[in-house]
Design a protein around this ligand. Structure first.
Ligand code: PTJ
Length: 254
């Protein structure tokens, strides 16, 4: 891995870019995952690379929904496995949720590599592909009969729109983490977390520590007070205001 000095002003961004590059070299991440990561970086940049209040509220609602669910599942793709393997395991443990490998650019080798990677960090992950979701053409229709197939809620980070739609049509609640608030997935999910997954998952681990002592009624109240459309609209407004501020600075020659 290229050495990125910690004092570099873009240290974190470069570190995660390196992790994606490493992920491709290790056979975990699809080559297309590099393009997806770049799109995420762009949206993160124009969101100021921080967790906004609307994202924190979405993260709280997501944790509440996962804790209220009977069979919550977290879907793991090649980008997630490369960026935050340890954190995604920790989140699944704190939410009592099952991890399942599910990839869009399908190959059996990559499914196996992702499974091995998660297991190398001590995690348990399903990768059976022994059941089929109705209404989906891509390889993502193949799921585990013990995981996504019977899930009531699925957390699908960095997802494409088609599958989000199909999961919903199969009666599942869908939570996504996507820095692009304009994407089809963002607009279609029940809860959309517009935040970088490298911040969102550690935030959700912290939130789950607080919310695990909540009663069912208290969790339902957190969920009821959350409005996904409002949250999405706020994320677009934050981008608009940030860009307006930058345009004014440019005009002032700053
Ligand atoms: O491993 P596979 O085969 O399942 O492939 C994974 C990718 C991500 C390549 C696949 O799901 C894909 O093509 O996704 P999309 O349609 O490009 O959507 C990914 C979304 O995630 C985009 O809207 C990006 O802006 C967003 N994104 C990328 N990196 C991050 C992110 N959102 C949050 N945090 C990130 N670090």
């Amino acid at each position: 891995m290229t050495h990125v000095p910690e004092g570099h002003p873009r240290y974190l961004s470069l570190k995660y870019r390196e992790k994606i590059a490493e992920g491709v070299k290790k056979g975990l991440t699809a080559v297309e995952g590099i393009a997806a990561h770049g799109r995420g970086e762009t949206f993160d940049y124009i969101l100021g690379e921080r967790t906004h209040r609307f994202a924190w509220e979405a993260e709280r609602a997501a944790v509440s929904l996962m804790l209220l669910s009977k069979h919550p599942v977290i879907s793991v793709n090649g980008n997630v496995a490369a960026l935050i393997p340890e954190e995604i395991i920790k989140l699944s443990e704190s939410l009592n949720a099952i991890l399942e490998v599910n990839i869009f650019h399908f190959s059996h080798e990559r499914v196996l590599r992702i499974k091995e990677e998660i297991e190398s960090y001590g995690g348990k992950i399903l990768a059976d592909l022994d059941a089929t979701l109705k209404g989906l053409e891509s390889a993502r229709r193949m799921v585990s009969s013990k995981g996504i197939f019977i899930a009531d809620t699925v957390l699908v980070p960095l997802e494409d729109g088609d599958r989000c739609e199909i999961l919903k049509r199969n009666g599942k609640k869908v939570i996504t983490i996507d820095l692009n608030p304009l994407s089809r997935t963002s607009r279609m999910a029940d809860i959309t977390i517009v935040d970088n997954i490298v911040r969102a998952v550690p935030n959700m681990i912290k939130i789950s520590e607080e919310l695990s002592s909540y009663s069912k009624k208290e969790l339902e109240d957190v969920l009821a007070s959350y409005d996904n459309r409002k949250s999405l609209a706020q994320s677009v407004e934050v981008i608009r205001d940030y860009l307006t501020e930058i345009a004014e600075k440019i005009l002032r020659g700053e």
